[in-house]
Design a binder for this molecule. Structure first.
Ligand code: GLP
Length: 250
């Protein structure tokens, strides 16, 4: 894992956007794996700014998102579908029919995961996957204990993840209990992975990621076995890791 240390959220966002822009310049028809949550919002703002100022074109790009809640319609403001349109797609020139998010009708919709796997395969796989990390080490919505061989499917959210995401909902009961998420093995097949980590709340998990062995209790730890992972982390996120003298960063 390569670590890029940045000062703060703003710098992380700029560096991440630059990485994506370079990818699209090098390969205009890149398949971009995109993430939601608070972390990538600044990155998307920089992509929009660059699109407006420098005309970086996403006309040939294809996007596949990591995950989506189950039980929220696509036009629900809390859905990741809505988020992606608001935060990015409506402001750049990626054609709508080249943007994909997983969608499951219910928690029994097993077909949905298989179809998403087939879709990613038919697109030739993911060129660059952007990831955030949950405070419990989840990637996508793959919670601790998920098999490293998991493929896209229905996942049950832990109470801690529902609590962490409750800030986007009016009340806790509104936070969905399940989601559909790209599996860990699906994420690992991406040719490049960029993990964004910002803020003091992520300092414990980032420290654990560097210190701990690869284990299913810490889903993000599998990234150590991927040949091309870049972590862009700010000073707050790095605070505990940097206190631990003798830490090895890679
Ligand atoms: C969410 C998403 C993840 C995201 C993570 C961190 O629940 N499913 O894809 O990376 O949790 O979210 P945030 O960036 O808001 O801290």
């Amino acid at each position: 894992m390569k670590l890029i240390e940045v000062q703060n959220y703003e710098e992380m966002s700029k560096v991440a956007a630059k990485t994506i822009i370079e990818q699209v310049h090098t390969k205009p028809n890149s398949v971009l794996g995109l993430a939601t949550g608070g972390t990538p919002i600044g990155t998307y703002q920089h992509l929009i700014k660059d699109f407006t100022q420098n005309n970086t074109s996403f006309e040939k790009a294809i996007s596949v998102n990591l995950d989506e809640y189950i039980g929220l319609e696509k036009d629900n403001p809390q859905s990741y579908n809505y988020y992606m349109k608001e935060q990015l797609f409506n402001h750049i020139n990626i054609p709508e029919n080249q943007t994909y998010l997983p969608f499951a009708k219910s928690i029994d919709d097993e077909e949905a995961g298989r179809n998403y796997e087939k879709l990613i395969e038919s697109l030739g796989g993911i060129d660059m996957q952007i990831l955030g990390i949950g405070e419990n080490g989840h990637i996508g919505f793959n919670e601790p204990g998920t098999s490293f061989s998991s493929t896209t499917g229905i996942v049950k959210l832990t109470d801690s993840t529902r609590e962490a995401n409750a800030r986007y909902f009016t009340k806790m009961e509104d936070v969905p209990t399940h989601a559909i998420s790209m599996g860990i093995s699906t994420i690992m097949k991406s040719r490049k992975i960029v993990l964004l980590v910002s803020g003091v709340k992520k300092a414990p998990v980032l420290n654990e990621l560097f210190q701990a062995a690869v284990k299913e209790d810490l889903p993000a730890s599998i990234l150590k076995e991927h040949p091309d992972v870049t972590i862009i982390a700010d000073q707050e996120a790095l605070s505990i890791l940097k206190e631990n003298k003798g830490s090895v960063y890679s």
